[in-house]
Design a protein. Structure first.
Length: 364
């Protein structure tokens, strides 16, 4: 935690593939500017996990890496995905393995529209689009439980199971209630589910939700919405939401919709959180390999992932300053748009955007 003495944080860097190292460079630049301003130190150790390493060695993530990463205050990720590696190998071998073995059971996705950032939602602005989605990140339908029988025959049977324990549900809900309390915006927590069809799993979620709210968080308004209705209201009335909590699969779906209404993957950042351990922060967009080395990719999502990282390690003041710097950059209307083409045509670059936001940090 930040205090009167100089705090020192150890951050593991996973730049990854494609344009990941380029956006990571700017994210670290901005973090170091914040650290210098507030008098704390960030020590970084870089790891080369990704497609190039896999193609050279056949190794995705060495077993020793998991234990090493547990000794850091946080993990900062650029992007994973290589055009010469079969889809799924790196994603499962690095991203999913880290999530499960580091028990990062919360996926945290802020959905916030910044000034002068385009949203496809008509007549909605920054005051309307400002909520957080909490997705259970380690259980449910994504754990690989199931199987196939009589494969390749007319009588083939495929089974995919959604499994939750009360423990897994309770710890996710506790995080959601605590965040709603800390956020102190509308003090409203919405459970997103499908109680009318998925009657076993979401009966558990709904009972646990109301029991916890009534017992421990009486000041927080507990709301419920079916997932299909949620997708409609995120488009029509996003201002209705403060914090949403949901299972792994539904969270995966609605957070992509959230990214679009906040302006696209270029501003969407996320965290894979273990509240009792080490957490990992990343931009939501992919590795964009066709732009590798061109210095025209937008680094703002990675910079905002750094803002989430600062908040996670207890440097709330630094996180607030970094976000204000991003807001000032958007308010300046310096960029006509966030795509690589628009950045290139306007004479901007990945480096120049990072420099501009660092300069705003220094002057706040």
């Amino acid at each position: 935690m930040g205090d009167l003495f100089m705090s020192k944080y150890r951050i593991a860097l996973l730049p990854g593939d494609g344009t990941g190292p380029e956006v990571m460079r700017e994210g670290v630049k901005v973090l170091n500017t914040v650290a210098k301003k507030l008098g704390f130190t960030i020590d970084t150790v870089e790891y080369d996990f990704g497609g190039d390493r896999y193609l050279k060695t056949g190794e995705v993530l060495p077993n020793s890496a998991i234990d090493e990463l547990k000794n850091f205050n946080a993990i900062y990720l650029g992007a994973i995905g290589h055009p010469d590696v079969k889809p799924g190998i790196l994603e499962k071998g690095i991203l999913l393995r880290l999530r499960f073995e580091l028990d990062q059971y919360i996926n945290l996705r802020p959905v916030k529209l910044y000034p002068n950032v385009y949203t496809p939602i008509k007549d909605k602005g920054p005051k309307d689009i400002d909520f957080v989605v909490i997705r259970e990140n380690s259980a449910g339908a994504y754990t690989g439980c199931g199987g196939i029988q009589k494969k390749g025959t007319p009588n083939e049977v495929a089974i995919q199971e959604m499994i939750y324990t009360r423990f897994e549900v309770d710890r996710c809900l506790k995080y959601a209630f605590e965040l709603t309390r800390k956020r102190n915006k509308d003090k409203k927590l919405t459970l997103v589910g499908k109680t009318n069809v998925l009657t076993f799993v979401f009966d558990l979620w709904e009972r646990a939700f109301h029991e916890m709210g009534k017992k421990s968080y009486p000041e927080i308004q507990c709301d419920y919405a079916h997932v299909d209705a949620t997708t409609m209201w995120m488009v029509k009335n996003p201002e209705w939401f403060d914090v949403l909590v949901t299972d792994n699969m539904f969270g995966d779906i609605i957070t992509d919709l959230g990214a679009m209404i906040q302006g696209g993957m270029g501003v969407a950042a996320g965290g894979n959180i273990n509240p009792e351990g080490v957490s990992m922060f990343e931009p939501i967009g992919g590795s964009a390999p066709k732009y590798t080395g061109m210095n025209i990719i937008n680094p703002i999502a990675c910079i905002l992932a750094g803002q989430m990282l600062l908040e996670n390690i207890g440097e709330d003041k630094g996180a607030a300053i970094l976000e204000q710097a991003v807001i000032k950059f958007f308010e300046s209307k310096a960029l006509p748009g966030l795509s690589a083409r628009e950045i290139k045509e306007s004479g901007w670059s990945t480096t120049k955007i990072g420099d501009a936001i660092s300069n705003y940090v220094a002057t706040i």
